[in-house]
Each structure stands twice: as C-alpha cells, then as structure tokens.
Ligand binder design. Structure first.
Ligand code: NAI
Length: 679
C-alpha cells in the first residue's frame, strides 16, 4: 500500500493511500487496550481538524492493538469525577465530538476487530459504515448501565435509529454484548468478514460509498413506526422490562435511558436537572459510584492468579454429583481435558447429559463445537485420569473418613506435581490434609451452586497449604474465567459464614409469624436477587440444618419449623415443598407477588443490577430488611477481623459475587459504613 504518515500525535496514526482513502489507527500510548481517555478524545478532535484541512476520499478507523478495537471510556477518569459539572462536561465533550464525526462530508467506516464497548461503539456508530471481523473475540456492547450510567456520547441517539428501538433498548438496558454475526443480523454492522479480507472489504465499502447491506422495505417501515408513532409503546414496554428487574430508586440509569431516547432525542444534555432522568440525578445517586466500586472490586479479584503460569491441560474430578459434574463441565468448556470419576458409569451419565445441555446453550447450537467440548469430557469410573492430571478436584459426599481415604489413594497415584484440591463446604481442610503424606499439597477450591452461573470461587488456604499450591489453584480459577477469592480455612469460609446467620434470622422472623413472602419481599426490595427464605428452600432444608449446626456449633438449635419440615421430608425445591410449594422449579407464593428469580442471579453477578420487589408486594413492616441483614453485616465484619479474608474490600467483593448482595450498595461493609456516616 502506498501510504504517507502525517502528524506527531501520541495515540492516533493517520496514513493516506494514493487512492485517497485515509486509515486512522488508534494505538493508545503505554496501554495494552484502547480506552477513550480525555487525551485520546482531544487528540481525536485534532485529527478531525487535520482531515477538515485536507479531506480524504474516505476514512477507515481501526485499532492497532491486538487486544481489540476500543474497550470504552476511561473508567479511572470517570471514577475521579467529583462534581455534576465535571460529569456534564465529560458527556458534552464526547457528544459533540461524535456529532462532529457523524457530520463529516466524506464516508467514514469503523473496522471492528475484538472488543468494541461503550464509547468505542458510540464512536463506531458515528461512522457511516461498520464492518465487523468474524472472530470469537469480536464483541459489541453499550455496557454503561452496569456502571449505573447512560451511553451519553450518542449511543442513545444512534443505536435505536440504526437497529430499531426495541433491539437497541434491549442492548442498552442489559449491557449485553453481541458477536460479529449477530451484529450483522441486527443491522449494527454493514458486513461481517473474515480477518484476512477485512482491509480490502473496508476499502471497497468506504470508497464505494454504498452500504453493503440494505434493510428490506418491511423492516424499514417497522423501524420507522417504532421510532415514530409507536414510540411511547416501545418505551413503556422497555420500562416494564426494567422494572421487573430493578427499582428506579436503586437503579436510575436504565429508566433514564428509556426516557432520554423517548423524550430527549437521545441527548442526555437536554434533560433538565430536576428530571429523574437527568445527569444530575444519575451522578448524585450513590448507585453509579457504588457500581464503579463493584467494577474495581471485580478487577481486583481478576488480578489474583496473574502471578501464576499454571494452565492445567488435564483436570481430574472425583464425584459426578451436583457440584463435581458441573465443575467438570465448566473446565471442559474452557478447553481443558477432563476425566470425571464416580462410583459407576450410571452415576456419571446424568452429569454428562447436563453438561451437553450447557454446551448447547453456551455454543449457541454450534453442533461441531458442542461435540468437541463433549469429547473433552471423559467418563472415568476407574479413575485412570488420576495419574495424568495436572489438577485433581474432589467433590464427593461430605464425609470426612471417605474423603481422607480417597485423598490417601489419590496422592499415591497422582503425579508428584499435581495440585490436589477439595470442594468441601464444611469439613476442616486440616482434617482432610493429614491423610496425605504431604499435607501441604492440599488446597480448597470451593465453588458455588449452580457452578456455571456463579462467578465466585473461594480458594482456601489450610494451615499447611503450600504457597505455590495456593498460587496454582488461584491461577486455575482465573483460567476457567471465575473470580478467585483467597480465604483462610475457617467454618463456612466467607460466603457461607455470612449467609448462614442471615438465613437463620429470616427463618426466625417466619417463626415469629411473619409470612415467608413478606420476609422475601423485604430483602428483594432491598436489592437481593432472591429472598432468604426462598434461598433456604433452594439450598435444601436438610443442608441448611446441617450447615447451621456446623456454623453455630453444637447446642444452637435450628428453628422449630425448619426441623419439623425436614422431619416431614419437606426439603425445599428438590422435594417439591419446603417453606414454599415448588412447581416446575418455581416457588408458589401468596397473591400479589412471587415472580421467581429465574436466571437473574447470574446476570446480577455479572454486574448487572439485581432484581427488586414487585410493585404489588404486601406491606413490609419497617425495619424488617435491616433486621435480617444485621447478622450478615456482623458476620462479614467478623470474617475481616478474624482474617478469613484479607480486608474489608475483599469481603464486600466476596459477598457481592458469591451471595449476590445488592451491588448498588457497594457491598455489605461499604453499605454499613455509609449508614453510619449518613444517619
Ligand atoms: P452429591 O451428593 O450431589 O454428589 C456426590 C457424588 O460423589 C455422588 O455422585 C457420589 O456417587 C460420589 N461419590 C461418593 N463417594 C465417592 C468415591 N469414593 N469415589 C467417587 N465418587 C464418590 O454432592 P454435591 O452436592 O455435589 O457435593 C459434593 C461436595 O461439594 C461436598 O463436599 C459438598 O460439601 C461440596 N459443595 C456442595 C455444594 C452444593 O451446593 N451442593 C456447594 C459447594 C460445595
């Protein structure tokens, strides 16, 4: 390609071809990923000045980073905003700059390979065309809502105009991403091409000046109607969708997005300060600050395991029950070879069937990928995989003697460098470890149920656990894309130790005559993804009794009604009845409430706001939620004091990502601190 360089910019590189086409690459200095910092944005304005002075025939904007197109705005800068005025200025700068890009007289095209998020997608939307590269890493999203803010740099204007408001609001309210093929299908991208032809495809579309894809007349008519006469109907539907998941009081941003699209042409700057959708409201509510805090907490968890190169190729899992089966499936999904052992093939078969369903969902019906993943998950009733595995995870019955003899056998057969891990919830790691010749080899890797949905994994350090073994276990947890939380061996570790007293207090309220529905509604209104009584039913009443005894110590009697239900065989969801009756996996609740949480827990734990109580809940006695939460807050504090987790921030992170604690509060200890500060 004949090209000439111009400028001395730090982050942008402009090349001009003899054809008249200009290529603009973003390569943010001293960073592995492109983010739109103030400096990158102001330099972009200077790039546009240079292009104004000598307009190209067409412009292609791309990234010079292997990490992707643009990861979004600079969250660090955003975290430092200290006034509504500063926030307004940040929104205004991006809004005006991208309007300027959208108005240039020459054709513009964004060539998108890898992540294209938030402000990065808003930049791409301001181009006339978008081409996406068909690779698994290509993902497009407007995830601002997850940080409690709105896509204010033109996303609320241009995405609905481009792909229709229903699809656009769905993307903006959930923050979910779409891959390259879906982007093309939605009309978000004009074309989806393999990497090897991306540059020629970009050249042809940009210079040809014609969209590669034209919408059918009928689709255009529908979009026109939805952007016009049916606007209110679409907005109301989106509002109802948001209200089913969150309350406006706790999460103003999704409602603001709908309002700003419907009433203000997608321009957040036009909303009067007094309006509940204004930037003032959004930036002064604690939610945005707290969700940014949650984002940083998540980054902190992700950083654990960075100091380990350990990337097991072969994992052996013993126990193909609820936990072992799913742990094995998740490892296979991440490309590892997994041998799954149980007492017989019959016991392994249900785990494989469950895994097949998971793979179909995750691979979106791509039969080849499903088959490859299934091929990596090998039933192994004889335990032949033990001798080859890099990592062995035990997930058999919670019985000390059986676990001890299993580990003695595993140690004898495993490779000397293999990591030995237990998924035990309630047994002392030290009691299991002494069955080994070398107790320092044992580490706890404690998953949560359901494994595919819950992001947190506690990595448990026993008294004898070797530091390198701990590092490797942590590294493994990152390799399967979970969030590792280092904890010390102590009853219930962190998450169960705080959930136990919380659930117990909820059951005490029921014991005193408060309806389970009312207790649950109070906590759901607070922002928990599921009420505590429903949680007891979901965990299983027998497990709750055993865990309660283990945590509270012998002599602490569980509530009488709990014992009675267990004696009657009413164990909760799994037996069809507990505190609630269960039909098709859903709790039947009294009139006026009872929307079952469905898959929302998973979504919440990925950082999307949690679910709130339905509007028509029964009256909730004042102070009920606070009463049930108090033992949870105290237990979290205790875990910090006793060194179960290293500090208060990690405790908050664990309780948010492991127990679904209302993210808009920033975590239990942060929440307790703000109560003290503001009352
Ligand atoms: P489960 O009862 O569903 O599965 C246990 C499996 O282990 C059964 O299939 C059984 O046949 C097999 N098994 C027992 N002894 C064996 C042996 N010697 N060799 C091979 N297989 C053997 O149990 P679940 O719920 O999966 O729990 C397993 C472990 O995970 C326990 O330590 C539990 O404390 C822990 N855990 C459980 C959680 C849950 O919510 N169920 C959450 C986190 C940890």
């Amino acid at each position: 390609m004949s090209a000439s360089m111009e400028n001395d910019w730090k982050h942008w590189r402009l090349r001009r071809e003899d054809t008249g086409l200009a290529w603009l690459d973003l390569d943010k200095a001293d960073a592995s990923a492109n983010v739109l910092s103030s400096e990158v944005m102001s330099e972009f304005a200077r790039v546009l000045d240079a292009l104004d002075a000598a307009p190209p025939k067409a412009l292609v904007i791309a990234s010079a980073k292997p990490a992707g197109f643009i990861a979004g705005a600079d969250i660090e800068e955003f975290s430092r905003l200290d006034s509504v005025l500063a926030a307004r200025m940040l929104v205004e700068r991006g809004w005006l700059l991208f309007n300027r890009l959208a108005a240039v007289p020459y054709p513009t095209l964004a060539l998108i390979r890898g992540h294209c998020m938030g402000g990065g997608l808003e930049l791409a939307l301001a181009c006339r065309y978008r081409i996406v590269v068909d690779e698994p890493g290509t993902k497009l999203a407007l995830p601002e809502v997850m940080l409690g803010i709105v896509p204010g740099w033109g996303g609320m204007l241009r995405l609905p105009a481009l792909i229709g408001p229903a699809a656009a609001l769905d993307l903006m309210l959930t923050g979910k991403s779409v891959d390259a093929k879906k982007a093309k299908r939605l009309g978000l991208a004009d074309d989806c091409v393999p990497a090897r032809v991306m540059e020629s495809a970009a050249r042809i579309v940009a210079l040809g000046g014609k969209p590669a894809r034209k919408l059918p007349v009928q689709e255009r008519a529908t979009r026109w109607a939805m952007n016009g006469p049916l606007r209110k109907m679409v907005a109301d539907k989106a509002r109802a969708q948001a209200a089913r998941k969150v309350s406006r009081a706790n999460y103003p941003a999704p409602f603001a997005i709908v309002d700003i699209w419907e009433k203000y042409g997608g321009n957040a700057l036009d909303v009067p300060a007094s309006d509940p959708s204004s930037l003032d409201t959004i930036f002064t509510s604690p939610t945005a600050r707290n969700l940014v805090r949650v984002f940083h907490l998540q980054e902190r968890l992700k950083a654990f395991g960075k100091d380990s190169e350990f990337a097991p190729r072969h994992v052996h899992v013993v126990g193909a029950g609820v936990m072992g089966g799913d742990i094995a499936a998740v490892c296979a999904l991440r490309g590892m070879t997994v041998t799954l052992q149980d007492q017989s093939v019959e016991r392994i078969a249900p785990a494989i069937a469950r895994a097949a369903k998971l793979f179909e969902r995750r691979h979106k019906g791509d039969a080849r990928q499903v088959r490859f993943t299934l091929d990596r998950l090998i039933p192994d009733p004889q335990g032949q995989g033990v001798a080859r595995a890099d990592l062995i995870i035990e997930a058999i019955f919670e019985n000390l003697e059986v676990k001890r003899s299993l580990f003695a056998d595993l140690e004898a057969r495993a490779r000397p460098d293999a990591v030995l891990a237990t998924n035990t919830s309630s047994l002392r790691l030290e009691d299991i470890a002494t069955a080994l010749k070398d107790p320092s080899r044992l580490v706890g890797i404690h998953f949560f149920n359901p494994v595919p949905m819950l992001p947190l994994v506690e990595v448990v350090q026993g008294e004898a656990t070797d530091a390198e073994v701990l590092r490797r276990a942590t590294g493994f947890v990152r390799r399967i894309d979970k969030l590792p939380l280092p904890v010390k061996s102590a009853p219930g570790f962190l998450v169960n130790a705080v959930l136990g007293p919380y659930m117990l207090e909820a059951l005490r309220c029921v014991e005193e005559g408060v309806a389970p529905e009312t207790v649950d509604a109070a906590l759901v209104a607070f922002g928990m993804p599921m009420g505590p009584v429903e949680l007891v039913d979901t965990v299983g009443l027998d497990i709750a009794v055993a865990a309660g005894r283990a945590l509270a110590g012998e002599g602490a009697e569980p509530p009488a009604r709990l014992l009675k239900l267990v004696a009657e065989g009413k164990l909760g969801r799994k037996s069809g009845e507990g505190y609630y009756r269960w039909v098709e996996g859903k709790a039947l609740k009294g009139a006026g409430e009872g929307r079952a949480p469905g898959g929302l827990l998973a979504r919440l734990l990925k950082g999307v706001p949690g679910r709130q109580g339905p509007a028509a809940s029964p009256p909730i006695p004042p102070g009920l939620a606070e009463r049930v939460l108090a033992p949870l807050l105290a237990a979290t504090q205790r875990c910090v004091e006793q060194g179960v987790v290293a500090d208060a921030d990690l405790a908050d992170a664990g309780v948010i990502f492991g127990a679904g604690f209302a993210p808009h509060t920033g975590g239990p200890l942060h929440h307790a601190g703000s109560l003290v500060r503001y009352t």
